[in-house]
Design a protein around this ligand. Structure first.
Ligand SMILES: [Mg+2]
Length: 217
């Protein structure tokens, strides 16, 4: 059975959209202008900026009297609350499972937050398992996290595919192991001349369907 490794944030779920909706809630609660959402989204840098740093900057910019911990928790909660799995992605994942693929999520982040998102959208019912960098002790693009994912389901990496939106963490990491890859472009152009993904898709359902089509051919 072949292994289907898939990133979580901005691959299976649109974390950027969920974060934006959570920030809009936060702004509304504090009677701040909704237009400030773009500033917070830019500061967040697709989750790369530490939560406490985002929270501290938000507190300073808007003169809030809440603690960093409270705002950070509110930002985390907002993403979980607004995270969703679209039907096409859920169906593609179920079809992958039905046709012998073993889908495993490989994601960087904290166990608490990543598992909260996985269960909130019902991915825990669809995938075979997940590896989260905090618990694994290795983060993408480190090759070890992909090996841990394969060991989790007792499968080989040799027939595996990796699907993800991050050129370095997802695609370079998997390419270093010789794994075939699908990059979710999300409106971007591929940024590297020295290596590239096996396939480029617009969304997760298309990415999964490409892998399934190839295995049927
Ligand atoms: Mg991602």
């Amino acid at each position: 059975m072949p292994l289907l490794l898939i990133d979580l944030d901005d691959t299976l779920i649109d974390r950027t959209a969920a974060f934006r909706l959570g920030v809009l809630d936060l702004l509304a609660r504090h009677e701040l202008p909704a237009g400030e959402v773009d500033w917070v989204v830019a500061l967040d840098a697709e989750g790369e900026t530490p939560r406490n740093a985002v929270a501290a900057a938000v507190i300073e910019r808007f003169g809030l009297t809440l603690s960093v911990a409270t705002i950070a928790e509110s930002l985390r909660h907002g993403v979980v609350e607004h995270a969703s799995l679209d039907d096409a992605t859920a169906h593609a994942l179920e079809e992958a499972g039905n046709t012998g693929w073993v889908p495993v999520i490989v994601t960087n982040g904290t166990t608490r937050q990543q598992e909260a998102k996985i269960t909130a959208v019902g991915l825990d019912e669809i995938v075979a398992g997940w590896v989260i960098s905090e618990a694994a002790g290795f983060a993408k693009p480190d090759r070890e996290i992909f090996r841990i994912a394969a060991r989790l389901v007792d499968l080989s990496l040799s027939d595996a595919w990796m699907l993800g939106d991050n050129p370095e963490k997802d695609i370079a990491g998997a390419t270093a192991l010789g794994i075939r890859t699908v990059w979710l472009a999300r409106g971007r152009h591929w940024p590297h001349a020295t290596f590239g993904p096996s396939f480029v898709a617009d969304g997760p359902a298309e990415a999964i369907e490409h892998v399934l089509r190839g295995s049927r051919a």
